[in-house]
Design a binder for this molecule. Structure first.
Ligand SMILES: *Cc1c(COP(=O)(O)O)cnc(C)c1O
Length: 426
């Protein structure tokens, strides 16, 4: 029997045998002991499965990856030390120097920089398409050497909702997988694989951890993309890997396991972006309550969005739960139970009014973070982007009065009272 998402949040990934710890133990050990060299050699050759060095795999981290894989409805998964590492690995696993990737332009700033600057230096070329591109516009961005299409379920911070079915159809028509960063929605509110996505990534730093204790990331493979059917396009998966005794990942591990095995055996081995077992343990604790926290984040954010959109000093609010929002319809389709706790809004009076508003908040903390239990807020124009003029901000798609509010799981009356008092000060 397939358990529901709530049961999986609490119990998936770790099933103790009789006499074993009830709670997922922290295996805080870099290495694992074997009786013979031959036994260890089999692990190195991927002939047998088992642990030998935590840079590659660790039992605690693997249990947490298995929980997330179950939640996303995937076939294999892995943790990484950050969301940045997850997106780097997910793309670099199938696209190297001389290759090309199409990505939605409405993505996390760190991911945009990773793609447009750092991966470009590594020889991977990106074409960015707007989130509202038509099928024809998406098709036009593809080239013969395109290896993947990338987008975010709910874009951070643009809050655009991805038309996953459309993106998957276009990707598959060009014989490449769709990679979706599902950080903001979480598998409680959306399971991209069910809509056609092939690979799902996460910054687990956000809602999955939920308490802002641990930076982390994850990759989950839906196990449906047929690498062998496109063998020429993905030689890394379909031809022998000489650094692993000539293993052909797609032959040895099939559609279900090839992507993650390759990603661990090559990229984790060589780049070493491994999470600590202790952080994986904390992530697991967070995920045990994900299904309880997400509905509260969404209900609070919905109430806050409605309060702000009815306030005379508020110029605009973006939240896909508001009827009339640009992404309301896509939200209804892909996020019927709610989107996330993050919304953005602007106040009348521009940059100066926003700065005044920020100064007068008491409960909402000013931090460069989103998506944890505590309500927090960021005004890019007076913090992360303060060196830019209003004109430069607008050119970069950041309104001078734009504030990104991450609504927590406190009592919503207290959150609204805090916002209301600060608005009165403008
Ligand atoms: C935060 C974030 C990232 C980067 O994750 P880190 O854990 O900070 O490295 C990637 N994608 C999205 C959507 C994010 O919100």
């Amino acid at each position: 029997m397939e358990y529901g998402q709530g049961t999986k949040c609490v119990q998936a990934g770790y099933t103790p045998k009789t006499g074993e710890p009830r709670v997922l133990p922290i295996i805080q050990s870099t290495t694992f002991k074997y009786d013979t060299s031959e036994a260890m050699g089999k692990l190195f050759d991927l002939e047998a499965s088992g642990y030998f060095y935590t840079r590659l795999q660790n039992p605690t981290s693997d249990c947490v990856a298995a929980k997330l894989t179950a939640l996303e409805g995937g076939t294999a998964g892995m943790l990484t030390s950050s969301g940045q590492a997850a997106n780097l690995f997910a793309v670099f696993n199938i696209a190297g120097a001389g290759d090309h990737v199409v990505a939605c332009s409405a993505i996390y700033g760190g991911t945009f920089n990773l793609f447009a600057v750092t991966m470009k230096k590594m020889g991977v070329d990106f074409t960015f398409v707007t989130p509202d591109s038509t099928e024809e516009e998406l098709n036009a961005a593809f080239r013969p050497n395109t290896k993947a299409l990338f987008g975010e379920t709910i874009a951070n911070p643009a809050l655009a909702v991805l038309d996953i079915e459309l993106y998957a159809r276009v990707a598959h028509a060009h014989g490449v997988p769709l990679i979706v960063d599902n950080t903001f929605a979480t598998p409680v509110n959306c399971r991209p694989i069910e809509w056609g996505a092939d690979i799902v990534t996460h910054s687990t730093t956000k809602y999955l951890d939920g308490h802002a204790t641990s930076v982390g990331g994850a990759i989950v493979d839906g196990g449906k993309f047929d690498w062998m059917a496109h063998a020429d396009r993905f030689p890394g998966l379909t031809t022998p890997d000489e650094s692993y005794h000539g293993i052909v990942y797609a032959e040895k591990f099939g559609k279900e396991g090839a992507f993650i095995y390759k990603c661990v055996a090559q990229l984790m081995r060589d780049f070493g972006s491994t999470p600590s077992p202790f952080n994986a343990f904390l992530l697991n604790l967070g995920m045990e309550t994900l299904h309880v926290r997400m509905p509260r984040h969404c209900a609070n954010a919905q109430a806050v969005a409605e309060f702000l959109s009815g306030h005379e000093k508020v110029a605009w609010v973006e939240y896909c739960g508001l009827p009339g929002d640009k992404y309301y319809e896509l939200g209804k389709k892909y996020l019927p139970n709610g989107s996330c706790g993050v919304l953005s809004f602007g106040v009348k009076g521009g940059r100066a009014a926003a700065e005044k508003f920020m100064k007068n908040l008491k409960l909402a903390a000013i931090v460069t973070h989103v998506a944890d239990a505590r309500t927090c807020i960021l005004h890019p124009a007076s913090s992360t982007h303060r060196q830019l003029t209003d004109e430069e901000l607008e050119a970069g798609g950041v309104a001078p009065d734009m504030m990104r509010l991450s609504v927590g799981i406190e009592d919503v009356g207290d959150i609204i009272a805090d916002l209301s008092a600060a608005l009165e000060c403008i």
